[in-house]
Design a protein around this ligand. Structure first.
Ligand code: NAD
Ligand code: 89Y
Length: 340
């Protein structure tokens, strides 16, 4: 398959390396308005066709798919352009910037028969995949409680300086992944409340958020995230998970183990991710998840089915992000929108 990568910034390097590790894919063109970034991709990844803007890329190349790693404000025009050219689309999170804008783009693609998936990779981390598999395989019975927790003090602003300037920070940038894991484990959400804090005085948005969710099946969960939590060793970028079910309890702990507790005792399973050979700690588990997500997307594309994190699926995660900000602003309980 011939792919084009649009946006050649910090995270796109992981997407590029992951595509290069999948033998059936060739990234034939890249696009970025910044000449230094285009040159970097040409030199390091051998991509010969580089473009300053996407219109020229679509006119001169005929990619089978496009992988959009440009920031959210660019999503709308890039997705419409790709859909107009009949090219399958993968787009980074946070997709489109709001559920309403996301819905318009999802419908735009559907009307043109173009597949749209969101690069939502945290549920593809090896340890998280294993938790999801064990819960779905009924190892602990019916879940009635979850805590999905992401807390560390990693300096995210060094690689991603724009995060310090964002008015909406941790929920939109990171909580979106943790909320998506909550949905993958416990289902869609009927009620949500949220409180936020800004601990780091040098940033614009919130760096701490605590959310409580009521899921359709009746389970409740706490989704909490913080970039202001000092721990040694720092667990970035691990998500820790507790799930209590009717027949047992599951714990995913910082030492990369899943513990399954039942009346018969406790079983422990090691879930260390084997990162790709290009992985760079502490990003290993995220980089492994990028390869896993892209391989899943390819498999679905060939089978003619939607990826797990299709545009439609991701709409319901975006709706939780939006509801969390509303709930925090008004100290109230929200009923999140959902795809209908
Ligand atoms: P970045 O600023 O380093 O890179 C963005 C690049 O896009 C820049 O080089 C910029 O010039 C380019 N760009 C902007 N507008 C464009 C357009 N119209 N056409 C083509 N290129 C354009 O940002 P980043 O840290 O790489 O983040 C990019 C996206 O990846 C964000 O949405 C971010 O949330 C996401 N991200 C995801 C993960 C993850 O684990 N899924 C991790 C980090 C970042
Ligand atoms: O941008 C974020 C993401 O998606 O995963 C981690 C991150 O890089 C910083 O919060």
């Amino acid at each position: 398959m011939k792919g084009a990568l649009i946006g050649c910034g910090f995270f796109a390097e992981n997407q590029m390396k992951a595509w290069q590790s999948l033998p059936e894919v060739e990234i034939v063109a890249v696009c970025d308005p910044d000449p230094a970034r285009r040159e970097h991709f040409q030199t390091h990844f051998g991509v010969t066709q580089t473009f300053a803007e996407a219109q020229a890329l679509f006119e001169q190349c005929r990619p089978d798919f496009v992988d959009i790693a440009a920031p959210t404000p660019a999503h709308e025009s890039l997705v419409r352009l790709a859909a107009d050219h009949g090219v399958a689309i993968i787009c980074q999170k946070p997709f489109a910037g709001s559920p309403d804008r996301a819905k318009a783009l999802i419908q735009y693609c559907e009307h043109r028969g173009v597949s749209l998936s969101v690069h939502e990779n945290f549920r593809w981390q090896y340890a998280v995949r294993e938790v999801i598999r064990r819960v779905r395989d009924d190892e602990i019975g019916t879940p009635f409680f979850g805590r999905i927790s992401y807390r560390n003090g990693f300096d995210v602003y060094q690689n991603q300086p724009y995060l310090a300037r964002a008015e909406r920070f941790i929920i939109e940038d990171l909580g979106i992944h943790v909320l998506d894991i909550a949905r993958a484990l416990l289902g869609d959400v009927s009620r949500l409340s949220c409180e936020t804090n800004r601990i780091n005085p040098g940033i614009q948005g919130e760096d701490v958020a605590t959310m409580m969710l009521r899921h359709d099946g009746g389970a409740t969960s706490i989704v909490d995230c913080s970039y202001a939590t000092h721990l040694t060793p720092d667990p970035f970028p691990q998500t820790l998970i507790d799930i209590d079910g009717t027949r047992g309890s599951l714990r995913l702990t910082a030492d990369e183990r899943i513990y399954i507790h039942t009346r018969d005792g406790c079983q422990c399973h090691k879930v260390t991710a084997h990162g790709p050979d290009w992985s760079t700690p502490p990003w290993t588990i995220i980089q492994e998840s990028v390869v896993a997500f892209q391989a899943h997307w390819l498999e679905c594309h060939h089978a003619g089915v939607e990826a797990d994190t299709s545009g439609r699926d991701n709409y319901n995660t975006l709706a939780l992000v939006d509801a969390a900000y509303e709930a925090a602003a008004h100290h109230t309980v929200m009923m999140p929108k959902r795809w209908s």
